[in-house]
Design a protein. Structure first.
Length: 226
């Protein structure tokens, strides 16, 4: 598994690493909520282990923002709180499971594996398709007319959101929020990524799928305004 651990207690983070890394799992760490949110937005993870009480941005708000941005990465919350209201609050903002401190790292791994298996069997990571363009959200494989397409993480996020909204129009502001949150870059950065995405998914093929809606944004569809 490729995991993001958002935990400000470095001893707990180290214990998780000591157990999971020798078993072949890949871990990235964040020690506050803002750093965790930035990592979750910039890379692809199989799951996020998220402490509830974090400096700068707490786990509830972090999870809420990810779900608002349509990030469907599974989240297990860690907390010292064992009250039902706290658990309901966590589930209410989109957490998938809850583990109360102190906990066994072996149990954490078992819950992560069970969670991923459950979500996959429920079809939450199924493939999306627009015309002959296919995006498998489980394997992150992208293909068009049987040809594999390689994209970087930002391009994948843009494509995923455009496919989710297809054939609707997505504004530039929506795309910037989806990828960069409340800290959008210069507008030329989005334009550059869209240009590269269009070259990857459209240029080698006869039909265009990624269309510019002038003054508004973009849409991914078989026909669109240019």
């Amino acid at each position: 598994m490729n995991l993001l651990i958002v935990e400000d207690n470095r001893d707990i983070a180290a214990n998780i690493a000591d157990y999971l890394e020798p078993k072949g799992h890949r871990l990235d760490f964040a020690y506050d909520g803002v750093q965790g949110l930035e990592l979750a937005r910039s890379a692809e993870f199989d799951a996020i282990v998220l402490d509830l009480t974090l400096p700068r941005l707490d786990g509830i708000e972090l999870c809420k923002q990810l779900r608002a941005e349509q990030c469907c990465t599974p989240v297990i919350m860690l907390t010292a709180r064992d009250q039902l209201d706290d658990k309901l609050l966590g589930f209410g903002v989109g957490a998938d499971d809850y583990l109360v401190k102190p906990f066994s790292v072996k149990e954490l791994e078992a819950r992560l594996l069970a969670l991923l298996k459950r979500l996959q069997s429920a079809g939450q990571a199924s493939a999306m398709r627009v015309a002959d363009l296919c995006f498998d959200q489980q394997t992150l494989e992208i293909s068009r007319a049987g040809t594999q397409i390689e994209l970087n993480p930002i391009q994948r996020k843009l494509l995923q959101y455009l496919m989710q909204q297809s054939p609707g129009v997505v504004t530039r502001a929506q795309l910037e929020q989806r990828v960069w949150g409340d800290h959008p870059p210069d507008k030329d950065i989005l334009r550059t990524h869209i240009y590269s995405l269009r070259n990857a998914i459209d240029k080698p093929f006869a039909r265009r799928l990624l269309h510019t809606v002038h003054g508004v944004g973009y849409r991914l569809a078989e026909k669109g305004e240019e």
